[in-house]
Design a protein around this ligand. Structure first.
Ligand code: HEC
Length: 121
């Protein structure tokens, strides 16, 4: 390996370390994420993420505010949004949203989680 290749590999490793290999919603823009959520996700996941909407699905919509979703890593949530869930109503949003937008909407999904926990007694 020459010095140049070595330097490139070192830089790539630094990038992966700094960005957590792209699996970190921290740094996502919550305001932009809220707009995306309100335009796209709200009709199934509801205003507060609880999925309390007139449309019913089988399997049902995930409650994004609940610990079942909030305990998952950012990367896991982003993958679900990116690729969708096979054989469910959750589609692959990679055809509609950029990676940055998926990060933004994931940051907003985290807000739905903290809003729900604030309402607990
Ligand atoms: C057509 C209805 C529909 C729309 C629109 C929709 N979802 Fe979903 N979503 C679902 C369903 C149904 C599930 C549950 C899938 C399953 O059972 O695995 C789900 C699951 C998820 C999950 C996985 C939760 C977990 O616990 O793993 C995330 C995250 C999610 N949706 C985010 C979003 C976001 C963000 C948007 C908007 C970009 C969106 N969804 C749009 C129906 C929808």
């Amino acid at each position: 390996m020459n010095t140049r290749t070595g330097a490139l590999i070192f830089l790539s490793l630094l990038l992966v370390a700094a960005t957590g290999s792209g699996s970190d919603a921290a740094g996502g823009n919550v305001a932009k994420g809220k707009v995306l959520y309100s335009n796209i996700c709200i009709r199934c996941h509801g205003i507060d993420g609880k999925g309390d909407v007139p449309m019913k699905f089988n399997p049902p919509v995930a409650d994004l505010s609940a610990p079942a979703a909030q305990s998952k890593l950012d990367g896991t949530l982003m993958k679900a949004i990116h690729d969708g869930r096979k054989d469910t109503a959750m589609g692959a949003w990679k055809f509609v949203l950029s990676d940055e937008e998926i990060r933004d909407v994931t940051a907003y999904v985290r807000v739905l989680g903290s809003a729900a926990s604030r309402k607990l007694p």
